[in-house]
Design a protein around this ligand. Sequence first.
Ligand code: PSU
Ligand code: MN
Length: 312
Amino acid sequence: MIPADRLVIAPEVADALHDGRPVVALESTLISHGLPYPQNVEVATGSETAVRSSGAVPATVALHGGRLLVGLSRDELEMLATAPRGSVIKASRPNLGYAIASGGWGATTVAATMIAAHAAGIRVFATGGIGGVHVGAIDGTSPTFDISADLDELARTPVAVVCAGPKAILDVPRTLEYLETRGVPVVALGIDEVPGFYSRGSGIPAPTFVADVAGAAAVVRAHEALGLGSGLVICNPVPAADALPLAVARAAIQDALREAEAKGVRAGEVTPFLLARVAEITDGASVKANIALITDNARVAGLLAGELADKR
Ligand code: PSU
Ligand code: MN
């Protein structure tokens, strides 16, 4: 358990949790490292608004001053979004202690946000895409072993994570296999394929799927009741109006991956490089899709949290 002096829960969030009202956690790495300013603030506030429109209270998670913050004020959100590049630590489970010890600003990944959400008693969390097994992680001429800590966090922390599927720049089939091995349910919402992040489908059959949010809530409730201890991945496809055709997204990602390989881009630079190249190749359409899916996931997570709170 995280002691109270390391965890600051915003009053509005604490009140909602105390009353058993729905709360949705939101991550902050996509604010500090995922999107450029000012789109990052727009998405962050847009996600909070979407959670509220679904009748739930948003709790954006970050860390500052040696403490995890669950629920940011407007000023704190703005500070995080406008902080000079490199001054905000991208905090995941491995470096969470380091980030807390630094005393400065840290943005939380899916893994770190799950840790904070669970400590605060929040059951539902919305993001864009989860981290996963990177292309070449296990099958390159020189395997990188680059597998996100998000996957093992999902295996050990019971929070339902609403996303648009694993990030499309990842090795999606192996990410799904890894989640299966670690006992993490992957549930597609309103589609029988794993959502393709930028595109609605991926061509990969969903391990399990439900028709609607009520169906997802029933799965989450049963999963929690069994005390399985793991989280769940609830995959909500990007809204049709802003989706990229699967072939377009795939071609852009293939080109970006080839360039990254040729340029020898490595480690933490891989994701930002790929996202930026895909944005250029698709003439900004991928950024539009990314923003739309993040906001819609927040809306759906709000509805899910509402269903769960109703039938406590
Ligand atoms: N998906 C995006 N943009 C992002 C992320 C995911 O479209 O910035 C972030 C999330 O916070 C996720 C993290 O948890 O990237 C995964 O990073 P890594 O692969 O280094 O664990
Ligand atoms: Mn990684």
